[in-house]
Design a protein around this ligand. Sequence first.
Ligand SMILES: [Mg+2]
Length: 281
Amino acid sequence: MEFISAAGEERYAALVRAAHESVIGLDFDGTLSPIVDDPSQAHIHPEAGEVLVDLADQVAAVAIITGRPARQALALGGLDEVGDAIAARGSQLHVFGQYGNERWSSAHRRVNSPRPPHGLGSFLLGLPSLLRRADAFDAFVEEKGLAVAVHTRRLADPKAAFDRLLAPITELARKNDLTVEPGRSVIEVRAPGTHKGDAVHTLADELGTRGFLFAGDDLGDLEAFTAVDELRRDGQATLLVCSSSDEHDALLSRADVTVEGPAGVLDLLRQLTLDAAATRL
Ligand SMILES: [Mg+2]
């Protein structure tokens, strides 16, 4: 891991000291799971389960906070079994799906999900002709239940297609009272309101944390970064981790620490586990 500032190093040390009353919040894609062309083929890093189980012993809870539907993250991450192992050792795994709209935990084991937003059906009706007009008819449209994601990664020029689509999709979303979440070669349209920062505050309030680490890689993680900054201003020990790639560095200027993709995130979590255990001796 590379500390971006001197403050980053101090913040890591403070988080180690507060680890047992801290939550470790982790994005999924690009943070625990390497980015792949087909999002349905994504898989959590093979060592992630083991790392999260060991980490959970040293912290108040581990939370996956993702734009994916909670059930999908559970399946792609093998998180049911990880949750079993964590619960057996007396700690907690939480999964917040669809930017905090859905919730699952190793204690409750069912996904709580609201109804899809009203405008989503009408947005979907208008989408094919929009894609045709933007010369992006082959874009992969992922229906996520509470949201729709338009992926440009598999098009001939993903960046150009993304740029052509962003304005018209934003316009159609706005007409249907929906909000737009741009990401890495993906434009997601969903209900306004909830974002990852709400999940951070919810956990901090429910668990009465003294510390919070959040690791992410993309624009959709910015609200979580902001929420963690708010906790820091309230006196909590915090650490913001950017899982960087050569493709996208949206969070770099806001982070305390930067690491190289999911493997780097796991290295940091292993180190945190060791350091937190050492302070307990
Ligand atoms: Mg991500």
